[in-house]
Design a protein around this ligand. Structure first.
Ligand code: FMN
Length: 203
């Protein structure tokens, strides 16, 4: 961990804004815990000439993450819009640049959680969450989901899983994030912040 104040990195890829809305709810949950903050970051889109064509700063929304944002975080919430039951390529592209962190064990024993948004209700939310969990396990992170003590998990009529927050974005008529989905996002943020705080006192 670095000398700077501890933060939970909320890192996501979103094209239509739904996953970005979830990220902000997760940041709200982080804010419930004193002594730690949320750092919300995104990743640029990819294309065949991706590294040459990306502007340094996005036109709107969160700024782009650096590998150092990840290196120095106290915990991580990693989110992506679902692409064929998988995380989107831009997020994978970012993770593929973190070999140095893996070699040096920079993320070992830090708490992490994953979140996603899908177009259809049964379009692969859990599958996508697991694709994001796998590289974080290689990094030695401590994966946490959502416990059923969170009432919204048993009540939701849309997204929300014990593997992590999810959102049913819809296709023809986009759905806003529901109150239950928000509660589940906030619970992840609060849980990561609380776990990171507790783990840092046991170093
Ligand atoms: C190439 C592509 C693949 C997609 N694959 C899936 C899928 O497997 N399951 C699903 O439900 N939705 C799928 N979608 C829909 C997106 O997951 C959905 O629009 C997304 O949740 C929107 O998130 P965003 O607003 O954060 O970009 C796909 C969309 C695209 C463009």
């Amino acid at each position: 961990m670095s000398d700077e104040s501890p933060y939970i990195l909320v890192l996501y890829y979103s094209r239509g804004g739904h996953t970005a809305d979830m990220a902000m709810q997760i940041a709200r949950g982080v804010a419930r815990v004193t002594g730690i903050t949320a750092r919300v970051r995104t990743v640029p889109p990819v294309s065949p000439d991706t590294d040459a064509s990306v502007p340094a700063v996005p036109e709107e929304g969160a700024v782009y993450a650096t590998v150092d944002d990840l290196r120095h975080c106290a915990g991580l919430a990693l989110g992506s819009a679902t692409r064929f039951g998988n995380m989107a390529a831009p997020l994978k592209h970012f993770l593929d640049q973190t070999g140095d962190l893996w070699l040096n064990g920079a993320l070992v024993d830090k708490p992490a959680g994953v979140f996603t948004s899908t177009g259809s209700l049964h379009g692969g939310q859990e599958a996508t969450l697991l694709t994001m969990a796998v590289p974080l396990m290689h990094h030695g992170m401590l994966l946490t989901g959502i416990p059923y003590t969170e009432p919204a998990l048993g009540r939701t009529q849309a997204g929300g899983t014990p593997y992590g927050p999810s959102h049913w974005a819809g296709t023809d008529q986009p759905h806003p994030v529901t109150d239950d989905e928000k509660a589940i996002c906030q619970r992840l943020g609060e849980r990561l912040a609380s776990l990171a705080t507790r783990l840092s006192t046991t170093d």
